[in-house]
Design a protein around this ligand. Structure first.
Ligand code: SF4
Ligand code: SF4
Ligand code: FES
Length: 656
């Protein structure tokens, strides 16, 4: 830190801070219209000039681009400074006489319009004053280069270089200090576009300022999670046996940062400022129908890296990228492919299936060529790929019926619930996330609830009631994104700078408020956070009733494979023996000394399965469901969905 003095006030700043920002931080406003906290300095308006005193000498400098390197004494309104400011203002006023911010500054400094008129005089109130903020916002903030300058000196003007690629994000219009840029095409007919834009720009500003310090969604997307999950023992490895691997660094985010084309927004739709999608260009394929060709790979995201990488024991990014490309090309979900293939590989390694069954494929963990060939078989509809392509639930039954496999073991290691393959997080140490995956309407996906950090890492929801409250609120909040057709990533993948000091930081209250405002701006109807949850609760209960109508949706369908709860094999237990022994002592209340691994696994299993049953009880109660997981009549009434045909369905179940 460097101590400096500004107008007699002492302050300490980090080396490299500009004088403009240092002054602002201590409440001293220096005029200027071309600087903005989100953008790099430009130094064109010349109004931010200050006098710097150092070693008995004095010099003038533009405070917006003057970085502090040593202790200095700054005067922001000395006689010399004001003279220079007046000269600059006189020139601006002669060119843009009716722009309010220029008029106000001129008045403040006692500058009158000069008699000689500027040759490029623009009398509009919303004239472009050449601050360059829009150009910098488009290139530095949005990573587009749609806007640029044409000409030199006073002749310079802002032009659209690539009109047809403009995202329509509106960020240039938002930052323009005069209103020279306007958004004219209001698609979707919002009732109050400015309300929507206000909150949209709040998120965009946070992204520009904070994303590089938080999740780096714009640089590497969800791939930033690989090393975090590995560090917390949450990265699925070898069909979820383990939560990490010494080779995880080979598929961690720095690797993908190098693979991905950088500084090019690749959003799901035009105007998205998060643009977390990423592509690998000119990727040469080693297999399949396009072997030898250079292609564009759309991804991979975290779930693909974990599902087609670590969970298959594959730590070579080239195989992951190729599996990603062919899954996309064939229309196969990378999560289901990864989890199903991981199951098949574990069965192969346990001798449940052999090369005889796989048609010669050596389906061992780490065999990227075998995984690719399996994927090609799936798409062609031949070979063993046909069986794996039918998913984990099918394989469990098929291997028992046809290969004499142990049904209990396959139930334990087959990572599916409700017929859907698990997404890519190890949930053994997070009871809430076991519920987040399996007390769902849609099966174990990461869309409905993701509570691992809140539960396991930050211990913010220690009791069953706390977990039940989270498993009530978050699935409903997340369901709302689906109802509105919104992406959820801008909600919590970049948090406001002050989020930590809010009363419920895990909910990101500043953003929840923003979503209510989007809704009101779009529809004209007021919505508060409780009303938002109520909208989802209606739909969520309907979804449950749809499941009931189809013969599902009760307690017995909310089951979890034991691999998601705890160690199934000796190898798993012994790999984390210290942790599990400690839990037996502290949570189960038994002394593991002298017990065999099998005995300890049995005790731990009894405890964990009991915990899950208790969680089910608490969650159903909080959701207003019976102990069998059926929505009660009073819940349907409260939500206003007690329609006769709905009531008829739930009445078939006891206790409603
Ligand atoms: S709307 Fe967005 S993409 Fe288009 S010019 Fe403005 S900042 Fe650039
Ligand atoms: S259009 Fe607006 S933001 Fe862009 S240079 Fe002109 S005044 Fe500045
Ligand atoms: S704010 Fe420094 S030159 Fe404009």
């Amino acid at each position: 830190m460097i101590e400096i003095t500004i107008d007699g006030k002492k302050t300490k700043v980090e080396e490299g801070t500009t004088i403009h920002r240092a002054a602002k931080a201590i409440g001293i406003e220096i005029p200027g219209f071309c600087d903005h906290e989100l953008m790099k300095p430009f130094g064109i308006c010349k109004l931010c000039v200050v006098e710097i005193k150092l070693d008995g000498k004095s010099k003038f400098a533009l405070s917006c681009n003057q970085k502090i390197k040593e202790p200095i004494n700054v005067l922001t309104s000395s006689e010399g400074v004001n003279k220079k400011r007046r000269e600059a203002l006189e020139k601006h006023l002669s060119r843009w006489p009716n722009v309010p911010l220029i008029k106000e500054l001129a008045k403040k400094y006692g500058v009158k319009e000069p008699s000689t008129k500027h040759p490029l005089r623009d009398e509009r109130e919303n004239a472009c004053i050449m601050c360059g903020l829009c150009v910098r916002m488009c290139s530095e903030g949005i990573w587009e280069n749609i806007l640029g300058f044409e000409g030199k000196g006073d002749e310079r003007k802002v032009v659209m270089l690539l009109e047809k690629h403009c995202l329509g994000c509106g960020a240039c219009a938002w930052i323009c200090p005069t209103g020279a840029i306007k958004v004219t095409n209001e698609i979707n007919n919002p009732v109050d576009p400015n309300q929507i834009r206000k909150y949209g720009m709040r998120v965009t500003s946070e992204l520009i300022a904070l994303d590089d310090k938080q999740c780096r969604m714009r640089r590497v997307g969800t791939g930033n999670l690989v090393e975090i999950m590995n560090d917390y023992d949450l990265l699925p490895t070898h069909n979820y046996k383990f939560g990490g691997h010494p080779d995880a660094n080979k598929i961690a985010s720095p690797v993908w940062t190098r693979y991905f084309t950088q500084n090019t927004p690749e959003g799901c739709w035009l105007g998205c400022s998060m643009s977390c999608s990423h592509v690998i260009e000119n990727f040469k394929l080693r297999s399949g129908p396009y072997k030898g060709q250079k292609v564009l790979v759309d991804g991979p995201e975290y779930e693909t890296i974990a599902g087609c990488g670590s969970n298959l024991g594959i730590f070579n990014p080239d195989y992951i990228a190729e599996l990603n490309f062919y899954c996309d090309t064939y229309g196969i979900d990378t999560i289901s492919f990864g989890t199903a293939t991981a199951f098949a590989m574990e069965c192969f390694e346990n001798g449940i299936i052999t090369k005889k069954h796989t048609g010669g494929l050596e389906l061992k963990f780490g065999n990227g060529d075998a995984a690719l060939e399996l994927l090609h078989q799936m798409s062609r509809g031949d070979g063993f790929g046909v069986i794996v392509g039918k998913g984990v639930r099918f394989m469990k039954q098929y291997f028992v019926d046809n290969y004499g496999a142990d049904a209990n073991f396959l139930e334990d290691i087959g990572m599916e619930s409700k017929g859907l393959e698990f997404s890519e997080y190890v949930t053994k140490e997070s009871l809430a996330q076991q519920g987040g995956y399996c007390l769902t309407n849609k099966g174990p996906q990461h869309d409905e609830a993701w509570l691992i950090f809140m539960d396991q890492v930050n211990n913010q929801i220690p009791t069953f009631e706390d977990k039940a409250e989270a498993l009530h609120y978050f699935p409903l909040f997340r369901t709302w994104f689906g109802l509105m057709g919104l992406c959820k990533l801008p909600w919590n993948d970049v948090s406001p700078a002050d989020n930590r000091i809010t009363s419920e930081p895990q909910k990101i209250p500043g953003h929840v408020e923003g979503y209510c405002n989007y809704y009101t701006g779009m529809t004209g109807k007021e919505l508060d956070p409780a009303g938002l949850i109520m909208q989802s609760e209606r739909v969520y209960n309907f979804q449950r009733i749809f499941n009931l109508r189809l013969g599902y949706g009760t307690r017995k369908h909310d089951t979890v494979p034991y691999r998601a709860m705890g160690p199934v094999t000796k190898e798993e237990y012994e790999s984390r023996q210290e942790r599990y022994d400690k839990q037996l002592r502290e949570k189960v209340g038994i002394n593991p000394d002298g017990m065999s691994t099998e005995e300890k696994m049995k005790k731990l299993r009894e405890y964990r399965e009991e915990q899950y049953r208790k969680l089910q009880d608490a969650v159903y109660k909080r959701r207003g469901w019976t102990n069998d997981g059926v929505p009660k009549l009073e819940t349907l009434k409260k939500l206003g969905i007690d329609f006769p045909d709905v009531v008829e369905i739930v009445k078939r179940y006891p206790g409603v």
